[in-house]
Design a protein. Structure first.
Length: 558
C-alpha cells in the first residue's frame, strides 16, 4: 500500500504512518492539499494527515480540505500518536530571535515559548521537519525550530530543549483518508461519525437546532465540535458523534438534520465513519456483571454496551462462570439481591487482582462496601454505587446515581464514574453511613408509611374506585405511590427493611412523631400542629419548600 503523509521525512506524520502499517510504502508530501491531490490522482492508496491536537485543537487546513473534497474522499480511520516536541538551534537562548514550526505546533508550545523566549518571533511554516531541515542547512544562530527530536537527529540539528509542549500528555490525532468510491468503513460497535453542517449564510440558532436534534431528540453523544470560516464571513461546523451510519439512531438523526435544516439550505454532509479514537486512552474496556440476568442487570448490560464496552454476564444459570467473568473484566459489578451480596462478594472478591475494580450496586452501602474491602486484595480498587432507579428508566439522563468512594478508589473508579456522568446521570458522592440514613428515609420509611396508609384505606373504605373522585392533587400522588409500593417484589421489600441498619430507627422516629401529633389532634391542640409546621418549614428553608411546591404544581399540570 502507498501511504502518503505530510512530509518531509522526520515528521510526526511519518511516525504515525509507520505505526499505522509498517509494510506500507511511505510517501511524504509537502502540503496537506498536495497529499489529497495525490490520493485522488491515484498515485497514493491512502493518506494520513494531522487533524487534531489535545492542546492546540484542530488543524484547520485538514478540516477545510475535508469539506472542500467531501464528494471525493472519505474518512476511513483515525490514529493517535503521543508527541514530544523538542527545540533545536545552533544558537543560545539570548541569540534566538525567531522560532519556526507549523502553526499548530507553535500553539502546542506557547507557554514554554512565552516563558523562555518571550521576545522571539514565532513564524509558521508548512512543516516541522522542513523547518528543522532548513535550519540545519543554514546553521543560523538567530533561529530555532520546534519539531520531532528524531528529525533533529536525522538532519544534525542540536537539541536545545526536550519536551517543550505545554502538557506532558501531548497527543495528536491523524485522519486516514481514502477515495470516496470505497464507501464507509464497516461498523465495529465502537464507532464515530464525522459530519459537517454548512449554512449558506449566518443565521441565529442553527447550531442550537442541530444540537437539539443530535443530543436532545436522539440522545447521541457529541465527541468533538469545531467551527471553520466559510470564506463568506460565516462558519461551517464540524461535528463528531458517537455511532455509525449503519446504526438506526445515527441514520435517523442525520435524516432529521437534513429535513429540519433543509429549509434553511444548510448542507449536512457525512465525511466518514471509523472506530472511536479518544485523546484519553480508556483503561476500562470490559465490564463484568455478577448477577446480570435480572431486569436491572440486563438494563445495565444494554447501557454499558451502548457506551462501547464489552459486557460479560455471570449468574447462577449462565454458562460463563464467575471466575471466567472476573478474568476477562476490567470492572466487576456485583448486582445481586441484597441478602446474597455479602456472600457473593466473599466468593468473587478474592478472584480480582491488580488493575481491576470491584463495585457493588445495592441500596445499602455499609455492609457491602465493608465486605468488598475485606474480600478483595489491597491492590484491587473498591467503589460503592447505588443506581437509585429501576429498569423501567429510558436512559441514564437525569437519573440519580450515588457513589461511596473508599480509600481504594482511584483512577479506574473515576473512569467508571465518568460513564454515568457522560450520559447525564445526577451524580452524588457520600459516605456509607449518610447513604444508608438517606435510604432509611427514602426507602424504608417511604415503604412503611405507604403500607400503613394502604391498611387504613382497606379498613376505612369498601370501594377503592371511589377514592379517586374525592382525591386532591396531593392525595392522588400519595395513592399513586401506594400502588407503586404494593407492586414491589415482596422479597425485595423484605430485604430493604431487613438489611438497612438505620431503617428501624427511622421508623421509630416516625412512630414517635405520629403519636405525638396524633395525641395533639385528639386533644384539639391545633397550636401543637402549628408549631410543628413552623418548625419544619423553618428548618427545611424557603428554597427547598419553593422547589418542592414548583415540582408539585408541575405534576398537577400532568
Amino acid at each position: 500500500m502507498r501511504l502518503g503523509y505530510l512530509g518531509p521525512e522526520g515528521t510526526f506524520g511519518e511516525e504515525a504512518a509507520r505505526s499505522y502499517q509498517r509494510d506500507a510504502t511511505l510517501v511524504p508530501k509537502p502540503t496537506i492539499a498536495g497529499a489529497i491531490a495525490a490520493l485522488l490522482g491515484g498515485s497514493l492508496d491512502r493518506v494520513l494527515l494531522p487533524i487534531d491536537n489535545v492542546i492546540a485543537g484542530p488543524v484547520g487546513e485538514t478540516l477545510d480540505q475535508l469539506y472542500l473534497q467531501r464528494d471525493e474522499i472519505v474518512i476511513a480511520d483515525m490514529r493517535l500518536l503521543s508527541v514530544n516536541h523538542a527545540l533545536g538551534s545552533y544558537g543560545t537562548q539570548t541569540s534566538i530571535e525567531v522560532i519556526r514550526s507549523r502553526d499548530n505546533t507553535l500553539a502546542q508550545c506557547g507557554q514554554f515559548l512565552s516563558e523562555h523566549y518571550p521576545s522571539a518571533r514565532r513564524e509558521a511554516v508548512s512543516s516541522t521537519s522542513a523547518a528543522i531541515r532548513e535550519l540545519a542547512q543554514s546553521r543560523d544562530k538567530a533561529a530555532a525550530a520546534i519539531g520531532n527530536p528524531l528529525a533533529m537527529e536525522r538532519y544534525g540539528l542540536p537539541v536545545v530543549a526536550h519536551n517543550v509542549s505545554d502538557s506532558d500528555n501531548n497527543r495528536m490525532r491523524f485522519v486516514l483518508l481514502a477515495r470516496h468510491e470505497e464507501g464507509l468503513r464497516a461498523p465495529t460497535g465502537r464507532d464515530a461519525t464525522s459530519l459537517v453542517l454548512a449554512p449558506p449564510a449566518d443565521r441565529v440558532g442553527i447550531l442550537r437546532d442541530a444540537l437539539q436534534i443530535i443530543s436532545g431528540n436522539w440522545g447521541l453523544s457529541l465527541m468533538a465540535m469545531h467551527s471553520r470560516p466559510d470564506g463568506r464571513g460565516g462558519l461551517r461546523f464540524h461535528l463528531d458523534v458517537e455511532g455509525h451510519m449503519d446504526d438506526d439512531t445515527v441514520a435517523a438523526c442525520v435524516e432529521e438534520l437534513e429535513r429540519a435544516l433543509g429549509d434553511d439550505r444548510v448542507g449536512v454532509h457525512v465525511l466518514g465513519c471509523y472506530p472511536r479514537c479518544s485523546f484519553i486512552e480508556p483503561k476500562i474496556k470490559s465490564i463484568g456483571i455478577i448477577g446480570g440476568t435480572g431486569a436491572m442487570g440486563q438494563w445495565l448490560k444494554a447501557t454499558f454496551a451502548h457506551a462501547g464496552y464489552d459486557v460479560l454476564i455471570a449468574g447462577r444459570k449462565t454458562d460463563l462462570t464467575y471466575a471466567e467473568c472476573v478474568a476477562h473484566s476490567d470492572v466487576v459489578l456485583m448486582n445481586v439481591p441484597i441478602r446474597n451480596t455479602d456472600e457473593m462478594i466473599s466468593a468473587v472478591g478474592p478472584l480480582l487482582g491488580k488493575g481491576q475494580l470491584l463495585v457493588d450496586n445495592t441500596s445499602i452501602k455499609t455492609q457491602p462496601v465493608a465486605a468488598m474491602l475485606k474480600a478483595a486484595g489491597a491492590e484491587v480498587e473498591v467503589l460503592g454505587m447505588h443506581t437509585v432507579f429501576g429498569p423501567e428508566a429510558a436512559s441514564l439522563h437525569g437519573q440519580n446515581v450515588v457513589f461511596t468512594r473508599t480509600d481504594r478508589s482511584a483512577a479506574l473508579s473515576e473512569e467508571f464514574e465518568h460513564i454515568f456522568y457522560k450520559h447525564g446521570a445526577r451524580i452524588t458522592y457520600t459516605d456509607c453511613e449518610h447513604h444508608d440514613r438517606q435510604m432509611a428515609f427514602h426507602q424504608n420509611l417511604e415503604h412503611f408509611t405507604k403500607l400503613v396508609l394502604a391498611e387504613v384505606l382497606c379498613e376505612s373504605f369498601d370501594d377503592p374506585d371511589s377514592l379517586d373522585r374525592f382525591s386532591s392533587p396531593n392525595s392522588r400522588a400519595s395513592l399513586a405511590t401506594i400502588g407503586r409500593v404494593l407492586h414491589i417484589d415482596l422479597d425485595l421489600l423484605a430485604q430493604i427493611q431487613s438489611w438497612n441498619l438505620q431503617g428501624p430507627d427511622m421508623i421509630r422516629k416516625f412512630i414517635d412523631v405520629a403519636t405525638r401529633l396524633g395525641q395533639a389532634v385528639e386533644k384539639n391542640d391545633m397550636h401543637a400542629l402549628q408549631k410543628s409546621v413552623e418548625k419544619s418549614a423553618g428548618q427545611l428553608g424557603h428554597r427547598f419548600l419553593a422547589d418542592m411546591l414548583a415540582r408539585s404544581r408541575e405534576r398537577d399540570k400532568t
